[in-house]
Write a protein that binds this ligand. Structure first.
Ligand SMILES: Nc1ncnc2c1ncn2[C@@H]1O[C@H](COP(=O)(O)OP(=O)(O)OP(=O)(O)O)[C@@H](O)[C@H]1O
Ligand SMILES: [Mg+2]
Length: 377
């Protein structure tokens, strides 16, 4: 038995990373060709895990700029400059030469550079220049620096929808687009957890990022890829493969949603023996613990949206949401159904699968709303 954590509920790295071979291949090819890439998927499907694994696989220095907590244009500027600082720290390891490199690169940008224990540290002075201009200049200088040093590197901008949410105009987007488009040494990779806002940024003809990127749509991991991965973890833990019915139960309850596969398996993998019903029991317990949280979240939806979500949770997936029979059964007009459906899709409560079936995206939400579990009070 090893101590490997095969099922983290945070990033899946190293042994915890399952498959995604095609996506890694495509990301690697784009990195080699310095083509900007956008990774898009619903929440918690594995965008960040995929990106980091691909970068490690490509063995190219990268900076992960996570914009999640940034609230102002200045914050975005700080995050980008810090990311650039991380990259040049990987170009040059000798402390004095690094300090000189950073001082040159950030000159005229209202930034002080000092040498800290973990590389350079940037101190930001009171700013007068426009964030978009500083960002463009610093990306341009990073490019020049990489070119001179004959280095390749990756700037990974995660939770990128934040930029669209907080900025007043599209000038920062335009600055990053221009730098990404011109770059021959720095690869740009973008992802974000709000699919709707990301699509607005990247698919609207009037926005700077229109048609810039190769887009990788991330789907759930296939059963045929999960199976050997989970069985390897089972052999490592119990010296035995899982019986097929246990595996099927894991897939049925989590619907192969990567976060929930890991959540459920991380609970199972605490057990010495897997008794019958254990998978169901753990899931029921998990649903029970999260029920009020989900219910509170659902309360924020309109009555029609709630009604539709509850109805769809309690039946098999269907293509016919706008048919007369559903309209009659749910006592809702087709136009109300259509309106509610589009909001639920936009908010990632629903998705339409490849065959055109409407499905509940989050298996935990579905379990709570379907009331299938027998709660033990
Ligand atoms: N390839 C993978 N193999 C195994 N587990 C994975 C894989 N990708 C993601 N996971 C698991 O799925 C969950 C979500 O992963 P991650 O945070 O990378 O997704 P994300 O799409 O970036 O999420 P968010 O939308 O919140 O930013 C984590 O529990 C992670 O361990
Ligand atoms: Mg992420």
């Amino acid at each position: 038995m090893s101590n490997i954590n095969y099922f983290p509920t945070h990033l899946a790295l190293g042994h915890a990373f399952c498959n995604r071979k095609e996506e890694i291949k495509r990301l690697t090819a784009n990195i080699e060709g310095t083509n900007p890439v956008l990774i898009i998927s619903p929440r918690r499907y594995g965008k960040t895990s995929l990106a980091i694994n691909a970068f490690q696989h490509a063995r190219v220095p990268f900076a992960h700029i996570d914009l999640y907590k940034e609230l102002t244009e200045e914050d975005i500027q700080t995050a980008v400059l810090n990311g650039i600082g991380v990259l040049i720290g990987q170009f040059e390891t000798a402390p004095k030469r690094l300090l000189k490199l950073a001082t040159d690169l950030f000159s005229g940008m209202e930034v002080g550079v000092v040498l800290g224990k973990a590389g350079i540290k940037l101190n930001f002075n009171k700013r007068k220049k426009k964030a978009a201009d500083v960002i463009y200049d610093s990306l341009e200088k990073l490019h020049q620096c990489a070119k001179t040093k004959k280095k390749k590197a990756i700037l990974y901008m995660d939770e990128f929808q934040v930029l669209g949410e907080i900025t007043k105009d599209h000038s920062i987007e335009a600055a990053i687009r221009e730098a990404a488009q011109k770059s021959t040494c720095i690869s740009y990779v973008f992802s974000g957890s709000n699919r709707h806002l990301m699509q607005q940024m990247f698919y609207d003809k009037k926005r700077p990022f229109y048609k810039l990127c190769d887009v990788i749509f991330l789907d759930r991991i296939l059963e045929k890829d999960y199976e050997p991965f989970i069985q390897k973890a089972a052999i490592d833990k119990w010296n035995n493969k899982l019986p097929d019915f246990v595996l099927q139960m894991i897939f049925a309850l989590t619907e192969r949603h990567p976060y929930y596969v890991n959540k459920l398996c991380s609970l199972l993998w605490t057990e010495k023996y897997l008794e019958e019903n254990i998978v169901n029991n753990f899931w029921e317990q998990y649903v029970l613990e999260n029920r009020s949280l989900i219910e509170r979240e659902i309360e924020l939806l309109s009555l029609n949206q709630r009604k539709l979500l509850i109805n769809l949770s309690n039946q098999n997936p269907t293509k016919e949401v706008l048919s007369k029979s559903f309209s009659g059964k749910w006592a809702m007009s087709p136009s109300s159904i259509s309106q509610a459906i589009s909001v639920l899709c936009e908010k990632d409560y629903l998705y339409v699968d490849k065959e055109g079936y409407y499905r509940i995206l989050d298996p935990l939400v579905k379990s709570v709303l379907s009331g299938e579990t027998n709660y033990k009070y």
